[in-house]
Design a protein around this ligand. Sequence first.
Ligand code: NAD
Length: 476
Amino acid sequence: MNRSYIGGDWVEGKSVLKNLNPSDINDCVGEFECIDQSQTNEAIQVASDATTDWQEIGIHRRAEILDSIGSKILERKDELGTLLSREEGKTLPEGLGEVERAGHIFKFFAGEAVRISGSSMDSVRYGVDVEISREPLGLVGIITPWNFPIAIPAWKIAPALAYGNTVVFKPAGLVPASAHALTEIISESGLPSGVFNLVMGSGSEVGAAIVESPLISAVTFTGSVETGRDVLVKTAERQAKVQLEMGGKNPLVILDDADLDIAVECALNGAFYSTGQRCTASSRLIVTSGIHDHFVTRLVERMEKMKVDHALEPGTEMGPVVDETQLKQDLEYLEIGRSEGAEIVSGGIQLERKTKGYYLAPTLFTETSNNMRINQEEIFGPIATVLKVKDYEEALSAANDTSFGLSAGICTNSLKYSRHFRHKSEAGMVMVNLPTAGVDYHVPFGGRRNSSFGPREQGQAAAQFYTATKTAYISS
Ligand code: NAD
């Protein structure tokens, strides 16, 4: 049974939900107990009360604890990766890779905990010194989605703790087992009780309690644009610090001079790995006319060889869609695309496998225009579109013609175009001859427009969100 963890105890919930394996819905990964709003408020109180203890424990001990969490995650990589793939549906290599990344994130922020620094300078008033320092915020509320069940929690929990904050963490309901396993590791790390709390339950009850509590100084949220906007409005009302990471509709531009092998692999990886359920997925492939037909033929050949199966089956390249609701949404977008006049050149069908799961063939639309809904709305599934354009200028303009701005890529051998694209792309992250997905943990992550709001996540940039700046003036 997966339970919430509050004030150092595993706490019984008010209702029980089943956690089903999307690769095999007859496999129940486990059950988890949902707590209610008043239990969430208790967790918030406990975490708020623990802030002084955690700040006073000192940076060396904080670093040791974070490092030990990272080591434990890496030691348990095989077990955690298998669990993650079983409950979320990404392939085992993807699950293992994600767990490894979570371990490295904790280790990175263990180092950052002892590198918290400020600066000092002369005041414009002679004889006065100015010292600028970073201080913890207090209690941070963390709300995460289902698609990276351990990496996203890690990249929020680790910096929150490293910079001296206490935490109330609410994972998505589809991935309670990974959250529980991560919490188990954190609970055994020597962290004082109350510093880290796991609250499992619905967004409308548990999530809302976090967003609305005056005891929570800052809320970091990753999820859909719709929920993110709600979080933004509610945190703005009480002037809490907020950071939002939301959707994407990421373009991958392929120019006539691109290396075709690289372009096809970038598109395949970016669009279909993790079943296309990545905020950074290359869901719009913008291809210039000279290479268009070769590219589509080669990509389709590669897509049709892709092994779509149970996430834990050896050799599987793409697992199932995460659940029935998401599958329904994907199927609706197939209809929307068809009704808009786009053509499906590969996929577009549900697949049956030995086990009953939510399998959808990787799907490619051609004959699209950029104003179609399938080119403007985030689908969040294994569905990509191809937009044929005349030249680089038209490709750049289409790439930027979106309400999102998370990641953008270009495949080209031209220094001139790759440089121009890096400067003129209106996305937060730009990839050259690489898929739009796949980012490092030690550098800033985030986007523009509807994709993100607030300071960047990860790397040293995380300090901007998880700390408050203090300016002190000292005269002798
Ligand atoms: P979601 O918005 O449905 O849920 C995200 C989290 O918010 C969940 O924990 C949910 O329980 C909680 N929540 C729901 N209603 C709430 C409320 N009223 N108040 C507070 N919390 C509430 O998103 P999802 O379906 O879990 O995840 C998919 C989305 O996440 C996609 O849009 C994807 O693009 C986005 N995503 C973005 C990034 C990024 O870094 N930009 C990364 C991964 C996923």
